[in-house]
Design a protein around this ligand. Structure first.
Ligand SMILES: [Zn+2]
Length: 104
C-alpha cells in the first residue's frame, strides 16, 4: 500500500489524541519539568503567565489536561494546550500536532 494514501483527508482530533502520548507531548513542550508517568504532575513554570515560582501549573500526563491555579489557564487535552500556547485555531492545532509528531 502506498503510505501517501493513508493520509486522512481531514485531521481527526481523536486520531491525534490516540497517536500522541500526553506524557511524550509534555516532555517535549515542558522540557524543564520533571514529569512522572501517572496522572497530575507539577508542570514547572506556567507558560501562560509571567510565572516566577513553580507549583501552580499542573498537567495530567494521562489525559493531557492542564491547569494553572495562578492565572486560570486550563484545558482538557493536548489540542487545547497547543491552541492556547501557540494561539492557534482548532484545525491549526491539529495540523501542527500532526506535523510535529509525524502523523502526516
Ligand atoms: Zn498560569
Amino acid at each position: 500500500m502506498n503510505t501517501l494514501n493513508r493520509k486522512p483527508k481531514k485531521l481527526d482530533a481523536d486520531f491525534i489524541k490516540n497517536s500522541v502520548s500526553p506524557l511524550d507531548y509534555y516532555h517535549h513542550e515542558l522540557s524543564k519539568a520533571k514529569l512522572k508517568k501517572h496522572g497530575w504532575n507539577d508542570g514547572g513554570l506556567c507558560p501562560f503567565h509571567a510565572d516566577n515560582h513553580a507549583g501552580s501549573f499542573h498537567v495530567n500526563v494521562v489525559t493531557g489536561a492542564f491547569k494553572c491555579f495562578a492565572c486560570g489557564a486550563a484545558g482538557s487535552d493536548i489540542i487545547a494546550f497547543t491552541m492556547a500556547l501557540y494561539g492557534l485555531k482548532f484545525v491549526e492545532a491539529l495540523e501542527q500536532l500532526a506535523n510535529d509528531w509525524g502523523l502526516v
